[in-house]
Design a protein around this ligand. Sequence first.
Ligand code: B12
Length: 229
Amino acid sequence: MLNKQEYLEEIEQIIVDGDEEEAAAVVAEALESGISAFDILNDGLMTGAKTVGRLFETGEFFLPELMMTGRALKAAMSLITPVLQSEFAGNMADSDTGVVVMATVQTDIHDIGKNIVASMLVATGFEVVDLGVDVPIKSIIAKAQEVNANIIGCSALLTTSMPFMRDLVDLLKAMGQRDRFKVMVGGASVTPLFAEKIGADGTAPNAIEAVQLAKRLIREQRQQQAVGV
Ligand code: B12
């Protein structure tokens, strides 16, 4: 049996190799050996995804490798998501919940990160309406109005898709609806500075912090409603 560091390095390498079957097998073994799903996500899977991203940028990897990595990530996620949910749901389930409309914004089809954020929100008591990928900002806003959402959660991994998050905030303002919804944004290239610059209410680098952020936004919203802001 490997030690924790060896497991995380092995998982990172499997994600780089894009080996779907190995990803499922080794992640299952690592979970059984007691390594937390959170560490596997952050220090194995996401680290591997970043390495693949770098190799793609430097021209060593091409689209087929990205696709294989995507499949390996999905196989791993299907195992770690339920464990992550049970690791955190108990601690984080309280009354600070609400309705979240989630989507990957238009022109972007990356959904692995969004899906895990959505799953963790559900596990901690939120109602999530997941609109999927490549969703026009007008459709996101229309759905948020229809279901009377508390929070709009946007994901984007392509830097060319990130400006649509700004457009969403701007459109909400133009519609006189900015105060009605909290807006959280995320994805590998989204930074706190970017979130602030576009006028979003916050961002988070991973699914656990995304849940903490959503809970904080719900509390803020309640306080603002209580004082009539
Ligand atoms: C797998 C992958 C793919 C798969 C995606 C499969 C899928 N179903 O999602 C496929 C093969 C389809 C793909 C396609 C492309 N990809 Co791609 N892809 C990746 C890769 C390697 C991993 C992404 C991933 O799943 N990471 C793992 C998850 C768990 O992490 P995450 O998404 O960051 O999510 C976490 C946090 O960010 C956060 N989070 C996520 N969303 C949200 C939302 C909210 C509200 C909050 C609070 C938090 C939050 O929590 C999540 C969980 O902890 C990245 C590399 C990278 N650095 O990420 C490139 C990458 C994103 N891809 C890239 C590119 C260029 C492409 C293509 C354009 C390639 C091409 N020539 O066709 C296409 C784009 C297609 C499109 N229109 O969208 C570039 C983008 C570069 C850029 N500057 O924009 C990257 C960065 C690679 C690189 N370095 O060049 N890709």
